[in-house]
Every structure is written in C-alpha cells, then in structure tokens.
Design a protein around this ligand. Structure first.
Ligand SMILES: Cc1cc2nc3c(=O)[nH]c(=O)nc-3n(C[C@H](O)[C@H](O)[C@H](O)COP(=O)(O)OP(=O)(O)OC[C@H]3O[C@@H](n4cnc5c(N)ncnc54)[C@H](O)[C@@H]3O)c2cc1C
Length: 298
C-alpha cells in the first residue's frame, strides 16, 4: 500500500488534516505514538471558534456534548481576591472535554474518508526510498508533521510557553458552564491558573506561564489550595495527575526538507499570549488541506 500522505501525530491538527485530505480523495495514514486512551496534557477548553470551524468543514460538534463533557457559555476572570470580569460569548457555546474523547472523535471523522490510523507508532526516523517516504515501514508520497510542540527526538526548540495541568474528580462550588481563570501575580498577565469543567464532577486545573519557569509546580500547588480546593465539596482525587508540557509557538517547518509540511503546534500556531491552541491547530490543518486541493486544481 502506498499512501498519498503519512501524517505524523494523531492530535487535533493531524486528524483534522487527514479528514480534509481524505474528503478530497487522498489516502492518509496517521501514525500516533500513544495509545487511543492516552490523555494529553491540555486544559480541554475548546472554544466556540474551534467548534465553529469544525462545523464549517462538515464535522458535527453536537455529539461531543453527548459525551461526558460540559457546555460552556463564557468565562470568569478573578484577580486580587475577587471576580474581575464575567464574559458571556453572545449565545455561542464552547466545550470542556477530556482530550482523549475529543481526539478520538476527530480521528473517527477522518476514518470515514480514506484514512487509517496506527496507534503506538512512534516516528523516530524518516527514510527516502525510490522517491517515496518510508516511515516505520509505511510508504507515502508526502509527509505532514502534526507532532505538536516537540521535535522528533522529543526536544523543544525555540522559546515555548509551558503549562502544568491535572484532572480532578470532585464536586466543586463553581459555575459548571464557565471557564474560570485567576491572574495570581499582580499586573502579570503572562501567567494564570485555570479551572475548566470537563465532565460530570470532573475538572481540569492548571497553571500556564509565558516563560519557562522553575516555579511552575510551586505556583500550581499554591493556586490549587488558594483558589480551587476551598470550593471542593467532600472528597476529591486525581483522575490524571498534574504534568507539565510545552506549547508550540515555534515554527519547526524547514521549507527545503522533508519537514516542510507542518501544522498545529509543530508549525508554531499556538497563541503565545494565552496558550490557546486547539482552534489554531484546526485552522492550520484546514488551510493545509485546502492548499493541497488548490494545487491539485492547477
Ligand atoms: C497544559 C496545557 C494546557 C492547554 N490547554 C488548552 C486549552 O484549554 N485550550 C486550547 O485551545 N489549547 C490548549 N493547549 C494547547 C493545545 O493543547 C495545543 O495547541 C494543541 O493540542 C495542538 O494540537 P496539535 O495537534 O498540533 O498537537 P498535539 O495535540 O500535541 O498532538 C500531537 C500528537 O502527535 C503525537 N506525536 C508526537 N511526536 C510523535 C512521533 N514522533 N511519532 C508519532 N506521534 C507523535 C503526540 O502523541 C500527539 O498525539 C494547552 C496546552 C498545554 C500544554
């Protein structure tokens, strides 16, 4: 089997790209290093813009709300011990969800159109074989990098921001239809603590910092105690323990090499001023698939 495209990474960008290419008749293979159930380090906040973009390309988003997820109508910002701002998104609805559920849903959308996926396939080497790419023994005419903020050897190039998040199972005295943000350092908007409802009595909590910071763990523990745990009713426990990960603001594409086609965090699309990346990952994947289509027409 010779695929038109091998897509490295089965996150948001990789699946949406496969969906877009597959709809245009391209045979795609996604190679994903983790298992299907693996839970990504992410906040799980999917903006109404991201959902709108999925709808535009034909991916229905309503079924995502039937999973164990939350319908979000706005966000609350807290500062200096009080509520600074409440922002409603004019009737537009965002989504709080576990990434394993979102990513699987998007993979399934791609599988409907000429796409296959192999889980547990970490790509560490690319070979060129008679004009074709040979990746872990799979052959394709073209490659797309959708492997996130890290490069193929696991390193993080450039200056990336960093987040640390965990998932807590608990009943919590906070509005369950809002994303909650706390700016915990005076006048410093380059770091914040969040609590996002992502399921039935399930919360994603974490800290984001624009600059790599050794105090991240300490900030997280402090904010968790100060802003979140006092609102927990009864017992709580971690569904996923807190873990740090970088975000992709650095474009790793290399125009004259096999790394020229990159999307999502790999191409540095994540927003450096707040760490939001899902909507940009979708946008870059859609744009890439459209470019392919346009060049096919020429
Ligand atoms: C702590 C934290 C919180 C965040 N919260 C939010 C949020 O609430 N809302 C939001 O919009 N954005 C958030 N982001 C950003 C968001 O997670 C990313 O922008 C988004 O996931 C980028 O999608 P992607 O498909 O480019 O990369 P990813 O989602 O990272 O997907 C890349 C995929 O490639 C796979 N992969 C990597 N290397 C290889 C390899 N060598 N071989 C095979 N597979 C490989 C990975 O396993 C992964 O599945 C957060 C990020 C962090 C770190």
């Amino acid at each position: 089997m010779i695929y038109d495209y091998i897509i490295i990474g089965g996150g948001v960008a990789g699946s949406v790209c496969a969906y877009g290419l597959g709809k245009k008749g391209k045979k795609c293979l996604i190679l994903e290093k983790n298992s299907r159930q693996s839970e990504k380090v992410c906040g799980g906040g999917v903006s109404y813009k991201a959902l709108g973009m999925l709808e535009e390309i034909g991916v229905a988003t309503e079924p995502l709300f039937l999973l164990d997820s939350k319908r979000i109508t706005g966000h609350v910002i807290y500062q200096n011990g009080g509520c600074k701002e409440k922002i409603y998104c004019g009737g537009r609805v965002s989504l709080g969800i576990q990434r394993s559920l979102l990513d699987h849903y998007l993979v399934c959308a791609a599988l409907l159109y000429h796409t296959q996926i192999q889980y547990g396939e970490e790509v560490t080497k690319i070979l060129k074989n008679g004009g074709l790419y040979d990746v872990n023994g799979f052959l394709a005419k073209e490659l797309v990098w959708a492997s996130g903020a890290r490069n193929i050897s696991g390193g993080v190039p450039g200056e990336q921001s960093i987040g640390l998040s965990g998932q807590i199972a608990a009943k919590v005295n906070l509005a369950e239809d809002m994303f909650h943000y706390w700016y915990f350092a005076a006048e410093d908007y380059e770091k914040y603590f969040w609590a996002f409802p992502i399921g039935n009595n399930l919360w994603n909590v974490g800290v984001w910092n624009r600059n790599f910071n050794r105090e991240l763990k300490k900030d997280y523990q402090h904010c968790l105690g100060e802003f979140f745990l006092d609102k927990v009713v009864g017992e709580w426990n971690y569904l996923r323990k807190p873990k740090a990960e970088f975000l992709g603001h650095y474009d790793q594409r290399k125009p004259d090499s096999y790394m020229r086609n990159g999307i999502g965090d790999f191409a540095g699309t994540c927003n450096p001023s707040n760490g939001g990346g899902i909507h940009y990952a979708i946008q870059s994947a859609v744009e890439y698939a459209d470019t392919v289509f346009a060049s096919d027409l020429q």
